[in-house]
Structure formats: structure tokens, C-alpha cells
Design a protein around this ligand. Structure first.
Ligand SMILES: Cc1cc2nc3c(=O)[nH]c(=O)nc-3n(C[C@H](O)[C@H](O)[C@H](O)COP(=O)(O)OP(=O)(O)OC[C@H]3O[C@@H](n4cnc5c(N)ncnc54)[C@H](O)[C@@H]3O)c2cc1C
Length: 262
């Protein structure tokens, strides 16, 4: 039977999060959280494949303990098993450290035939975690996937939406796909599965479980990205209409931007 892993993330429900002014890390405590909407089509894709050819669908999320809520949501859609990658030393991770922890976690459980990710998240929004996971695992990665054309025994054929054309690709397993929201309309959670999901086990994978136990490779310590300065956007209703020719307007805009950072 095919083994599929789906990576999903819990994100703040709104974009006005509080930031730690020193570290530039989002302070998520107290914020309402939801499942990243772009990850719902990834779960749906896995479930459609499961219905068509049979598959074991495993969910992976990295986050604090409350992130287990998104795994329960995936259970109520039909996912089989869920893994929460969680440890104090995993917090404050950038793309490199996030993708590394997810890769380490997945490697502990199975050699997956197919890994599915969403297009991007609504908080970090880098759209790079999926590519980075594929790089760690040394497997092919296809993004902007809009259609599953065929599921074969040792490969999958998909449509990829490029800027001006649609490309059809046949990719051997193991591989990673980042799916576009248009690929499938996510199903609503089933009441029966929702009730069952409350009792379903979620396995927690922490630093002690990982093959690489070096704390410095995870979280803030393992993140080369350093946020230099972070500040809330000052919202104002004020409007100024300035009329200038294009060169003068460009000069003026540059001055305004330079002054923002002073
Ligand atoms: C203000 C601020 C600035 C930041 N700047 C940077 C920066 O410049 N560079 C940088 O590398 N990081 C940065 N980060 C960290 C970043 O936001 C993320 O925490 C981390 O890099 C994950 O990437 P993403 O959210 O952009 O995911 P994306 O790459 O947008 O997500 C793509 C897909 O990967 C999967 N995925 C992503 N995260 C998880 C997860 N935790 N668990 C399971 N699946 C997941 C999902 O399928 C998702 O749809 C910043 C954070 C903040 C708060």
C-alpha cells in the first residue's frame, strides 16, 4: 500500500500577530489558531489518492502542543495517523530548521512514497519549506501542482501550472508535491470521524526521538535567518496626493521608503 505523508501547519487566524521585538519571532500564545487553509487541498489530495488506489495517510505538523488540533482536523477528514513534531528547542525555526525537523520526523516513521505540502502558509508565507524538505531527502519536488493525471505503481503523473503553460510530468516515487488550492475542493469533516478523532492517538516526536539529537540544528539556534528589525505597521487613514512626473515620483517614493527605516 502507498505511504503518503502530508505536512500541515497551524497558523494564527489573523495576520495582526504580536512579534517579539528582540528575536523577531511571532508570539503565538493567546492568538486564535487555525489550520493553514492552503494545507486543506494537500490533505484532500492524499485522501483522493487513498480512495483511488489505497494508501496510508500520515499527517505531520511541527509546532507547540496545541498544534495537535490541526491533526485532529485532518483525522476528521479521514487521515490515518498523525505526528506532532514538538520540542522547546524547535521553536523560532526558519525555513531551514523547519524543513530539517520535519524531515527528521518523517524519516523516523516511514520511507514515504509521496509527500504532500500546501502551496504556502498564511503566516511565514515563504513557500520554501516543501522544496527544502525535498532537498534534505534528495527526492524530486514539483510545485504549482493543479491536477493528478494518473497514479501508477512506481510513479505519479501531474499537471503543473507554469506562468504561461501547463506542463504534464511523470515523477517516480519517492517524490514531493506542493499542491495549488485549485487541485481539489477540500471535503468537510465527517461527524462520525470527528467524534472518533477525539480518541485517536497523536504521536509526539521530540528532540530525544530524532536521529540527529544536536540541539543547535533545530529552532532558533539552527536558523541562519536573523530578523534584523521588526515593527508593527502604523495604520493611518491619512492620504496625500502628490503629482509629479515619473522620474520625480520615483525619487520621492525612494525618499519616503528610506525614511521609514530611520
Ligand atoms: C516576521 C517573521 C519573519 C520571518 N522571516 C523569515 C525569513 O526571512 N526566512 C525564513 O526562512 N523564515 C522566516 N520566518 C520563519 C517562517 O515564518 C516560518 O516559521 C518557517 O520558515 C516556515 O515557513 P513558512 O511558514 O513560510 O512555510 P511555507 O514554506 O510557506 O509552507 C509551505 C508548506 O510547507 C508545509 N509547512 C510549513 N511549515 C510547516 C510546519 N511547521 N509543520 C508542518 N508543515 C509545514 C505546509 O505544507 C505548507 O503549506 C519568519 C518569521 C517571522 C514571524
Amino acid at each position: 500500500m502507498m505511504k503518503i505523508a502530508v505536512c500541515i501547519k497551524q497558523v494564527p487566524a489573523y495576520s495582526d500577530g504580536m512579534m517579539d521585538p528582540k528575536t523577531g519571532v511571532m508570539l503565538r500564545d493567546g492568538l486564535e489558531s487555525i489550520l493553514n487553509v492552503y494545507d486543506l487541498p494537500a490533505i484532500e489530495t492524499a485522501l483522493k489518492i487513498k480512495e483511488e488506489v489505497g494508501a496510508d495517510v500520515h499527517i505531520f505538523t511541527m509546532g507547540p502542543s496545541k498544534a495537535s488540533a490541526v491533526i485532529r482536523e485532518a483525522y476528521s477528514m479521514g487521515a490515518d495517523r498523525g505526528y506532532l513534531i514538538s520540542d522547546k528547542s524547535f521553536s523560532g525555526a526558519d525555513v531551514l530548521a523547519t524543513s530539517y525537523a520535519l524531515t527528521q520526523g518523517m524519516k523516523l516513521v516511514e520511507d514515504y512514497d509521496l509527500i504532500l505540502c500546501g502551496k504556502q502558509t498564511t503566516d511565514g508565507d515563504t513557500a520554501q519549506v516543501s522544496g527544502a524538505i525535498a532537498k534534505w531527502l534528495k527526492i524530486p519536488h514539483v510545485n504549482w501542482v493543479t491536477k493528478i493525471v494518473g497514479i501508477e505503481k512506481d510513479s505519479i503523473t501531474v499537471s503543473q501550472m507554469m506562468e504561461e503553460e501547463i506542463v504534464t510530468l511523470k515523477i517516480p516515487y519517492p517524490c514531493l508535491l506542493s499542491v495549488e488550492p485549485s487541485i481539489f475542493i477540500p471535503r468537510l469533516p465527517s461527524l462520525k470521524l470527528k467524534i472518533g478523532s477525539k480518541k485517536k492517538k497523536i504521536e509526539v516526536l521530540s528532540l530525544v526521538d530524532m536521529e540527529d539529537k544536536e540541539e543547535g540544528n533545530y529552532g532558533l539556534a539552527g536558523s541562519p535567518t536573523k530578523v534584523e528589525r521588526i515593527f508593527p505597521v502604523h495604520r493611518t487613514e491619512q492620504q496625500k496626493i502628490i503629482e509629479k512626473d515619473s522620474r520625480e515620483a520615483a525619487k520621492y517614493i525612494l525618499e519616503v521608503i528610506e525614511n521609514i527605516n530611520k
